[in-house]
Design a binder for this molecule. Structure first.
Ligand code: EPU
Length: 303
């Protein structure tokens, strides 16, 4: 694989064989063959165009908080937008770039008296990643606040979509097939002090229920319709199960924590074991929520 299809301007900025583990909250994963850290829309567009021309796989990196990268890393181009993180509140809305940190956005909205987004407090990740997978928790999901999104669609064209044009679903959206550039999110007019208090309350709740201080990717599995995956995993007796450095959290069953040296392969084996146990105990098939690079079918792994 070569980078000849990329503009010279971009080629000067491509890094090769960059370890990706530090870019993930799990601190797991091998290197990216190529890494582009975009600073402008033009960088993003050139990267997408180059990948299309050279037929190179393109992986878009958000906050790395819901991501399991293989120990061998990924061949192709990893595109990070974390330098594109401007946010600009206006009235009860905010214009925000995809690389902005979601927690920072929540704080900024709270300060600006933009109500509603405080319900996203404590959810890690970037705004682009949150939109691509419709991040959410007990109190809100990001789709509720979307007015419009600018993205490079799968054809590589710059496009602006209103919320109604985006197929948001539970922890999923069509935006994951392109590259989110920026969005306008809309809340209600509210009192900054009350918003901050609400966010603190939610954070406090999360800290008490989840292993927030450990390396994890949040919830590993989607909640099956009408169930909590964490509860099913707990009832199936999986808490504390371990493969190498990967362990099912004692605090919340749906979290797999990296106790230090975990390999992606160990996490996958543990996920497979948990899936099998829950299937036997409850007759429910868990589906992974975490994204895998390259894509893997956790069910096809050897037990
Ligand atoms: N429960 C147990 N044992 C456990 C975990 C949970 O019995 O090990 C019970 C709890 O006591 C509670 C019920 O199961 O009665 C639900 O648990 P929780 O409130 O933690 O919610 P959840 O359904 O497990 C979802 C999201 C979380 C989000 C929380 C709170 C999914 C897959 N998970 O978890 O999102 O933080 O609600 O809003 O949608 C994430 O996506 O990474 C994530 C952490």
């Amino acid at each position: 694989m070569t980078l000849q299809a990329f503009s010279q301007r971009l080629r000067d900025r491509v890094q090769t064989e960059v370890q990706l583990a530090p870019f993930t909250t799990w601190r797991i994963g091998g290197p990216a063959q190529f890494l582009v850290q975009a600073e402008t829309l033009r960088d993003v567009a050139d990267t997408v165009a180059g990948c299309r021309a050279a037929n190179l796989p393109l992986y878009v990196l958000g906050g790395g908080s819901n991501l399991l990268i293989a120990d061998e890393g990924v061949r192709g181009v990893v595109l990070s937008l974390h330098a594109m993180k401007r946010m600009q509140p206006f009235g009860n809305k905010v214009l925000v770039q995809a690389g902005a940190n979601l927690g920072t956005l929540v704080n900024r909205c709270n300060q600006a008296g933009i109500g509603g987004l405080c319900g996203l407090a404590g959810i890690p990740g970037s705004v682009g990643g949150a939109l691509a997978m419709n991040a959410g928790g007990r109190y809100a999901e990001i789709a509720e606040f979307v007015e419009r999104v600018v993205w490079l669609n799968p054809q590589g064209e710059l496009e602006s979509l209103y919320r109604e044009e985006i197929d948001f679903a539970y922890r999923r959206s069509g935006l994951r097939f392109g590259v989110v550039i920026e969005a306008v999110l809309s809340g209600t007019h509210a009192d900054p002090a009350q918003l901050a208090a609400r966010s603190r309350q939610i954070m406090h709740e999360k800290l008490s229920l989840q292993p927030y201080q450990e390396f994890s990717a949040g919830c590993c599995f989607q909640n099956p319709m009408g169930h909590s995956a964490g509860r099913l995993i707990d009832l199936a007796g999986c808490k504390g199960m371990q493969v190498g450095g990967a362990k099912v959290s004692d605090r919340h069953g749906n979290f797999i924590v990296n106790s230090g040296e975990a390999k992606a392969e160990e996490v996958l084996q543990l996920m497979q074991q948990v899936t099998a146990r829950v299937q036997v105990a409850h007759g429910v098939m868990l589906r992974p929520e975490v994204q895998m690079w390259p894509a893997r079918d956790v069910l096809s792994l050897a037990a």
